[in-house]
Design a protein around this ligand. Structure first.
Ligand SMILES: [Zn+2]
Ligand SMILES: [Zn+2]
Length: 336
């Protein structure tokens, strides 16, 4: 099974502002996908409308739908939200509508109510507070999407969950062990500290299990999507499922600034050192590139541009097996 991590949008909330000549390429709001597909069918399976074995999308910043349309990617099966900030949900209504309309066009169904009966609403998975906080939660802004989406709060951190294909509901992986109708990716959430206006912020770990051949031992590939964070509890940082993942999509909001809501890239290096033993190859995708804090704190006389991020990324890896790359909008990265 081929696994790819695709970054549809790699910008944070800021970086190119009104009234200022842009110094860097356009970066959309944050959005990432993990796509599993058959090994043999090559690039065309993802680019060209192929139905992937699993398409899990994490955050839905704009213009992720437009980028996915351009790439010919099939609609996501599940959406995960790390927290309710606008740069992570700004394309949510477009995504929910576009997915359902795409299914209708493909199946030549012209009646909207019939479509709602036939197709699973998009499961939107987040923590209880991320979805339901009365003032700052996602439903406070997007509650009208009910029917196109199914709000799916998770109440347990640090518990592996599976998603059933048939009705897109979730259950603890221990309860679905051996079940054939679950997607081949499991997930768990761990809490992170971010901002008081982002209740229920979390990171997600995804796990793909594969058996390399008859009688061979089971192999797992983990992908960590950090979401935005300033810090984490020691209990979270030492979670064994964070050790040596195949890929970490990292909130690299600032290069040097130690603002109130995000760790600096320099602070995150210590975390990567902790999680990466040096024995396994780890791809770190630097994502959510804002840099506005670097400007505010005077580390740069401008908001960091593409060259500044490339230079920061080049110094990032301190262990030989860690490969750090500045993620690009529309970039798809093969995960070994
Ligand atoms: Zn953000
Ligand atoms: Zn945020």
């Amino acid at each position: 099974m081929k696994m790819e991590v695709c970054t549809w949008g790699t910008g944070g909330p800021f970086g190119r502002e009104l009234g200022v000549a842009p110094k860097r390429r356009r970066r959309g709001h944050t959005s990432t996908s993990i796509i599993l597909s058959d090994e043999d069918s090559g690039e065309a399976e993802v680019v060209g409308g192929h139905k992937a074995a699993a398409h899990f999308m994490i955050d839905a910043g704009a213009p992720s739908v437009e980028t996915m349309v351009e790439k010919g990617v099939s609609a996501p099966d599940v959406l995960f939200l790390t927290h309710p900030h606008f740069d992570h949900i700004s394309d949510l209504d477009r995504l929910a509508n576009s997915r359902m309309r795409g299914l209708m066009v493909k199946s030549a169904i012209r009646d909207f109510d019939e479509a709602k009966r036939l197709f699973c609403p998009l499961p939107v998975i987040g923590t209880e507070d991320c979805l339901n906080h009365p003032r700052d939660g996602v439903l406070a802004r997007f509650g009208y999407l009910e029917g196109l989406v199914r709000w799916t709060p998770i109440s347990d951190y640090d518990l592996w969950h599976s998603v059933r294909r048939s009705d897109c509901t979730i259950a603890a992986s221990t309860a679905t062990a051996g079940a054939e109708d679950t997607f081949p990716l499991e997930f768990k959430a761990l809490p992170v500290r971010h901002s008081k206006h982002a209740p229920g912020s979390c990171l997600f770990i995804f796990r793909f299990r594969s058996e390399e051949g008859p009688g061979e031992r089971e192999a797992t590939r983990n992908v960590v999507v950090s979401g935005d964070f300033k810090s984490m509890d020691e209990e979270v940082m030492k979670n064994p499922d964070l050790l040596d993942p195949a890929c970490i999509v990292l909130d690299a909001n600032n290069i040097r600034a130690k603002g109130s809501y995000h760790a600096s890239l320099e602070e995150e290096m210590a975390l990567i050192d902790r999680w990466c033993s040096g024995d396994e190859e780890v791809l770190v995708l630097l994502n959510h590139l804002s840099g506005f804090g670097d400007f505010l704190e005077g580390h740069y006389d401008h908001v960091p541009d593409d060259e500044d991020w490339e230079a920061a990324g080049a110094k990032f890896a301190t262990r030989s097996m860690v490969k750090a790359r500045v993620a690009e909008d529309g970039g798809c990265y093969r995960i070994k």
